[in-house]
Design a protein around this ligand. Structure first.
Ligand code: ARG
Length: 271
């Protein structure tokens, strides 16, 4: 099946002040040192890959007291040019929301919609052609799902996350083609009922195994033809190629210490 890439616009934040100063997910261990120049170099490879494939990457200025700001996907959700602001679950990250809102104001998006409940942006919201897939259980409040549906204009499918290692939806599920509702996911990260929902809506989904999930292989970004994903998720490369996608492996090993990879570093600016 031939695949067609669409030019995308992404928002990223350089990990200049990245560190693991606190632990708000099981991947984070403040006792383990972080190599910041290596984190920056790995992040630049991802940014430059996007640009080499013709995508636009905007950069949000990092802040010295916000070490998780590199995970730009969490700062807002943008669909058809409408911006739903984020509200973080943990106090350590709360100030990131205002930095994102200021960026949107300064870049012609207007005033982001004020979040009424905790929602961690694209960490828990995934946009397919027909649906807004919405994670809950660890971070985003189920109450935020209703607001997301109202603001972003797609029917929300609530999905219950049950494994603390996969605390955001984007650690367990990735959209492969947003023009045809094609996804990949790791079933064990979801409750039995949510698994049944996913099977019903996406019977042809690519199902990931434990090894690929455990290196955050599902934390991937697709432009419709290429899938940017952690290099270590080798088990996904063959199945992606069989479906006509070109896997583009990237090593973000330093950022994995914060519990994030490719998708976490990438917020998509849609429309
Ligand atoms: N340390 C960050 C946190 O726990 C990682 C966020 C990863 N971002 C994501 N979109 N999954 O909040």
């Amino acid at each position: 099946m031939p695949r067609h890439a669409a030019a995308r616009r992404y928002l990223m934040c350089r990990p200049q002040f990245f560190t693991v100063a606190y632990a708000i997910n099981p991947w984070m261990n403040p006792a383990k040192p972080v190599d910041v120049p290596l984190a920056v170099a790995q992040w630049e490879v991802l940014r430059d890959r996007y640009r080499a494939f013709g995508h636009t990457v905007e950069e949000l200025d990092p802040h010295p007291s916000l070490p998780d700001m590199v995970f730009a996907a969490n700062g807002a959700t943008v669909v058809d040019g409408r911006v739903l602001g984020a509200r973080f679950a943990h106090p350590e990250r709360q100030a990131e929301a205002a930095a994102h809102a200021a960026w949107f104001r300064a870049h012609g998006f207007g005033e982001p919609v004020e979040p009424l409940h905790v929602n961690e942006g694209e960490g828990d919201f995934a946009v397919t052609r027909n649906w807004l897939l919405a994670g809950r259980g660890f971070r985003t409040s189920p109450l935020a799902h209703a607001q997301a549906q109202e603001v972003l204009g797609r029917p929300v499918i609530g999905l219950d996350l049950v494994d603390p290692r996969y605390y955001h939806l984007d650690t367990a599920l990735a959209v492969l083609d947003d023009r045809s509702d094609e996804i990949m996911y790791y079933p064990d990260a979801f409750s039995p009922g949510s698994r049944a929902v996913l099977r019903r809506l996406f019977p042809d989904a690519l199902i990931a195994g434990e090894q690929d999930a455990a290196v955050l292989g599902l934390n991937a970004v697709s432009d419709g033809a290429r899938v940017f994903l952690p290099q270590a998720a080798q088990g996904l490369f063959g199945p992606l190629r069989e479906r006509g996608f070109e896997p583009v492996g990237v090593d973000l090993g330093e950022l994995l210490k914060g519990g994030g990879s490719v998708k976490c570093c990438t917020q998509e600016l849609r429309g």
